[in-house]
Design a protein around this ligand. Structure first.
Ligand SMILES: CC(C)(COP(=O)(O)OP(=O)(O)OC[C@H]1O[C@@H](n2cnc3c(N)ncnc32)[C@H](O)[C@@H]1OP(=O)(O)O)[C@@H](O)C(=O)NCCC(=O)NCCS
Length: 186
């Protein structure tokens, strides 16, 4: 298998939404939560921060095996999340309002040292073969070139595999808000 990391374009959107839904820890997650999860973890980035989004492509069958998406401008993220996404999320289910506020608030104390943040997933069947590491290293070098100081993420404490993956890739715990906030200086 040969994997290449390429820049995201709009043709990849359905693939990465499908990967996001397929790695959910709860396969019976209600539809509304899947929509919110895609707003929070995908749609914002592919719309407003496209230049910081990448996919892993299997060159043998053209399949998208994973994605990594990031934002380098926290104020833009905060503004758009609270202005555009929050009302949409609230219309889907009222308690989603707090989820979005919590997501934004979680990063806020760390933005001076870790100006970028990321989300990523590898498709089942492609996991544990080095693709996540390839994508993460690709993003680190991209962000470094852009002058970012550091990058952080939020990961569920229950996600043992992901926590060990990030730890191995130098992303150590920088804070907690129910989830682990992890970061690395670039
Ligand atoms: C976490 C994730 C991004 C890692 O990417 P990956 O391509 O699978 O990881 P790599 O092959 O580059 O790195 C391997 C390391 O990741 C962890 N890991 C990944 N998959 C694993 C598995 N199936 N079993 C055990 N450990 C695993 C281990 O620490 C492993 O190190 P090891 O080989 O020394 O045991 C990917 O497995 C994934 O998307 N998982 C499901 C969704 C998820 O948790 N997303 C992250 C949300 S924050």
């Amino acid at each position: 298998m040969k994997i290449e990391i390429i820049q995201f374009d709009n043709n990849h959107l359905n693939d990465i939404r499908a990967i996001n839904a397929s790695v959910s820890s709860n396969p019976n997650k209600p539809y509304a939560e899947k929509v919110l999860s895609q707003h929070l973890y995908i749609d914002y980035y592919t719309e407003f921060s496209k230049e910081n989004c990448f996919v892993a492509r299997n060159t043998e069958n053209d399949e998208i095996a994973g994605y990594i998406i990031a934002e380098v401008d926290f104020n833009r993220f905060k503004h758009h999340m609270l202005t555009y996404y929050l009302p949409q999320a609230k219309a889907i289910r009222t308690d989603f309002e707090q989820k979005i506020k919590d997501e934004v608030a979680a990063y806020a104390p760390f933005i001076n040292q870790y100006d970028a943040h990321l989300h990523m997933d590898v498709k089942p069947g492609y996991q544990h073969q080095g693709i996540g590491t390839m994508m993460l290293q690709h993003l680190f070098s991209h962000l470094k070139k852009r002058g970012c100081k550091g990058v952080m993420l939020s990961v569920s404490k229950k996600n043992i595999r992901a926590n060990s993956f990030y730890e191995k890739n130098g992303m150590s715990i920088i804070g907690e808000n129910g989830n682990n906030l992890r970061g690395i200086n670039l």
